[in-house]
Design a protein around this ligand. Structure first.
Ligand code: FAD
Length: 386
């Protein structure tokens, strides 16, 4: 039998440790004190995003020649976890904008990267990812939005929904999937396009009234004879959906990191509360029913973190990671919903009041099972990879 060498190295690089520590400090000192107010007013913190851009948070894994810092996805996802710990909405902004930047980085031409990746990697602008439509969610191949060629220009028509960050002033582009015809087997030929905001025929519609993450805007998007130069198509003709799904694989690692960050916030708040809340003459952490919840939270967080970091590490090393990315997203997003619910439970009635952050965490947690492929879709991807 050939002996198999098992090497497991959990050590972060010096740079990754620095990114994690810098992000943690920034999140606790700058974001956390504002998070409750952002939730109440629904105001997006442009100043905080500006500071995050100055710290290079949006460009961690992108090439230096296009405004990034040439770092790793392990570093990027550690940053997303730490930011999400203070405000998961801002973690999702990092996720969405790096998702767009990544699609341009992998599939774009030099000119497209220079024009669109550079501002996203520098964080001076952010990007939106527009795939979902009213009649096409999990079944992304059934989109109806069209892109037809007319005199060397693409003409986009149709509607997208649930598009996160598109309504923000610093969002400059949307990456849009649209159908350009049918192939011989009658299947839609899907292409993806970079559509700059402000292009005539591009309308940002109403902002959805989400149950949580109020400062993170999510809007409808409509295209009516929206004309684009031919070279605004991204990648290979007819490969648009495959490109989008490849980018989403990375997005799933990022959502795993968002989930772990939010779960860590739940644990920290619950631990502090359980130590100081006295009932029956003792801190409630002394009751096994409470302390076991805390232990289960800590174990799930440890596992979720190892799962997203492994997926990110595989990605950094150009190794297949479809299973690991979906498994990390599925596990961590399902764990955080349970953890947020237990965090409210540990706080008793106070946990249901907006004075306590766990009520905000509870409202945000559910979204993570829905974005970038529901839990059911992750299970489909996982089963296919077995
Ligand atoms: C806060 C938020 C932000 C979002 N941001 C974006 C964004 O920026 N860009 C974007 O494009 N989209 C975005 N979305 C949309 C999100 O990706 C979709 O909601 C998600 O893909 C599910 O699609 P759907 O809502 O149409 O549900 P459906 O696809 O209609 O699914 C309904 C239910 O049926 C289940 N289901 C469907 N098909 C199957 C199947 N084959 N097997 C088993 N179960 C199945 C689903 O898992 C789900 O439980 C966002 C959504 C939310 C909530």
């Amino acid at each position: 039998m050939i002996p198999r060498k098992l090497e497991v190295d959990f050590e972060l690089s010096e740079e990754e440790r620095m990114i994690r520590d810098m992000s943690r400090e920034f999140a606790s000192e700058v974001i956390a004190p504002r998070a409750e107010d952002m939730e109440k007013t629904g105001d997006y913190p442009y100043d905080i995003m500006g500071k995050m851009a100055d710290l290079g948070m949006m460009g961690i894994p992108f090439p230096e020649e296009f405004g990034g810092s040439g770092g790793s996805w392990v570093g990027m996802t550690l940053c997303i976890e730490e930011i999400s710990r203070a405000d998961v909405g801002l973690g999702i902004v990092l996720d969405v904008t790096t998702l767009c930047a990544h699609e341009i980085d992998v599939f774009g031409t030099e000119e497209q990267k220079r024009r669109w990746l550079t501002p996203l990697a520098k964080g001076t602008e952010i990007g939106a990812f527009a795939l979902t439509e009213p009649d096409a969610g999990s079944d992304a191949a059934s989109i109806n939005c069209t892109a037809t060629l007319d005199n060397d220009e693409w003409v986009i028509n149709g509607t997208k929904q649930f598009v996160t960050v598109i309504g923000l002033d610093n969002c400059s582009i949307a990456i849009v999937a649209a159908v350009s015809g049918k192939n011989k087997r009658g299947k839609s030929i899907i292409n993806t396009f970079v559509v700059p905001k402000g292009t005539p025929g591009f309308t940002v519609g109403r902002k959805y009234n989400k149950i949580g993450m109020h400062s993170l805007s999510t809007n409808e998007l409509a295209f009516e004879n929206c004309r684009l130069p031919r070279d605004y198509m991204l990648g290979e003709e007819g490969r648009g959906l495959a490109q989008h799904l490849a980018a989403l694989q990375t997005g799933r690692i990022c959502i795993g990191a968002c989930s772990v960050g939010l779960a860590q916030a739940c644990l920290s708040a619950s631990l502090a509360y359980a130590r100081q809340r006295i009932q029956f003459g003792r801190p409630i952490i002394d009751f096994e029913a409470v302390s076991f919840k805390l232990a289960d939270m800590a174990v799930a967080i440890e596992l979720g973190r190892l799962m997203y970091l492994k997926a990110a590490w595989l990605k950094d090393n150009n190794l297949p990671h479809a299973f690991e990315a979906s498994a990390a997203k599925l596990y961590a997003s399902e764990a955080v919903e349970r953890i947020a619910s237990d965090a409210v439970q540990i706080h008793g009635g106070y946990g249901y009041m907006s004075e306590y952050p766990v009520s905000r965490y509870y409202k945000a947690a559910k979204a993570l099972q829905l974005v970038e492929g529901t839990s059911e879709v992750q299970r489909i991807v996982i089963t296919r990879s077995l």
